[in-house]
Ligand binder design. Structure first.
Ligand SMILES: *Cc1c(COP(=O)(O)O)cnc(C)c1O
Length: 395
């Protein structure tokens, strides 16, 4: 189905870069192929997952949530319990080890919600190398605690004011800096996007989530789940949760995208739901487009989901009919954040709350006897202030 060597996923993926950068990612692809087959690298990865990230993460039987939704038994995959509070640590451990194997002395990254920046700053500190994080001005305002966390970890946080001051603009700025410093620097991408080999690498480093789910559901229930549900920004936590289940055709794969202020408002991030094939940030995928065929700004109250493209791997699965798509608005996500907090004593990230909201939005879809696993991609400590002060929660 996918041709790993050239990084093509159906009609998506590939490398669309100027020659200089293209040869750099080609070198990276060759190095990654080597490392992927290297038992020493794989051992280092497994050890850090366990000893540093706190894996395996728990699979939690959410009894009160299940009762409230009515029908299926719902499990939450607790990526929020990982070191740094989200699934992103899995990816930075993997790419940090790749950077080290390449002899790099500095990590450059972009960040939206600040979670990826925090995770990157964390692994840079662990490896004892420099770290520069590019972040949109709007996101810096919305995510102050993560900015202080990155500074505490020794990273330099660079404020990006161009464009809308969001994730897409931060990517542009970070890539510009990287082009100047390719010899010492490693570009650490935060999701399963970008030119080959990034989507493959990030998927490989996150797929431990679904491998654990499969084993844990087998131990607890002795069968496969009915459905696996995850929110989609760039698609890394979703691919992490989904990959192990792709060959199991009886398992429904539900990808929930941010509908922002509503599909009809045009202010959303429904790249899989409404995007068209286009090239963005060096790769081809489904991208939000305006009437003129130009890339359109995305919008979501959840900074981590605010990206106009999506993983080429998910675009391929969408086109092949493997995905069920969900659409959840800001309002529904905020509501789900509060409801899960009060039902289970677990405050989800606003991103993850999109996946929870899908269940409230579709009561009756799953029946008694069904098993649904929701990937709880991260914790919501970073969001509670914004939810109460700006997103209009009335309590
Ligand atoms: C960054 C982030 C996301 C979105 O990124 P993906 O690559 O789509 O997973 C989702 N949830 C949390 C908690 C995040 O920090």
């Amino acid at each position: 189905m996918e041709s790993y060597q050239d990084g093509n996923y159906g009609e998506f993926g590939g490398v669309y870069l100027p020659e200089g950068l293209a040869s750099i990612v080609a070198d990276l692809a060759a190095k990654y192929s080597e490392l992927k087959a290297d038992p020493t690298f794989q051992n280092q990865l497994r050890t850090l997952y366990r000893e540093y990230a706190n894996r395996p993460s728990l699979l939690y039987d959410a009894a009160r949530l299940s009762e409230e939704v009515g029908g299926p038994k719902i499990y939450l995959k607790r990526e929020d319990l990982n070191h740094t509070g989200a699934h992103k640590i899995n990816n930075v451990i993997g790419q940090g080890l790749v950077a080290k194997a390449l002899g790099k002395t500095k990590l450059i990254a972009e960040t939206g919600a600040g979670q990826h920046g925090t995770a990157t700053a964390t692994i840079a500190a662990y490896l004892g190398i420099a770290c520069e994080i590019y972040m949109g001005a709007r996101d810096i305002q919305a995510q102050k605690p993560n900015v202080y966390r990155m500074k505490a970890l020794g990273a330099k946080v660079v404020q990006v004011t161009q464009g809308q001051g969001t994730l897409k603009d931060a990517v542009d700025a970070a890539l510009g800096k990287y082009a100047q410093e390719v010899d010492q620097a490693y570009y650490l991408l935060g999701s399963a996007v970008g030119p080959h080999p990034y989507p493959t690498m990030v998927r490989d480093f996150q797929k431990v989530i679904g491998e654990e789910i499969k084993q844990q559901v087998q131990e607890k229930e002795g069968r496969l789940p009915t459905a696996v549900v995850a929110c989609v920004g760039g698609g890394s936590n979703a691919l992490g949760a989904f990959t192990a289940f792709i060959p199991d055709e009886e398992v429904e794969i539900v990808a929930v995208e941010p509908a922002g202020k509503g599909k009809l408002s045009g202010k959303h991030g429904l790249a899989l739901g409404t995007g068209v094939p286009d090239v963005i940030h060096g790769f081809k995928t489904l991208v939000l487009n305006d009437e003129k065929g130009e890339i359109k700004e995305s919008y979501s109250a959840a900074s981590g989901l605010d990206y106009p493209g999506v993983s080429p791997i998910l675009s391929m699965y969408k086109e092949s009919g493997r995905l069920t798509l969900g659409e959840v608005t800001d309002r529904e996500a905020v509501d789900a954040l509060i409801r899960l907090s009060r039902l289970e004593g677990i405050i989800p990230a606003l991103e993850s709350a999109h996946a929870i909201a899908y269940l409230f939005q579709n009561p009756g879809k799953y029946q008694a006897g069904d098993l649904v696993v929701v990937n709880l991609s991260g914790r919501g400590d970073k969001d509670v202030e914004n939810v109460f002060d700006n997103l209009g929660v009335e309590v």
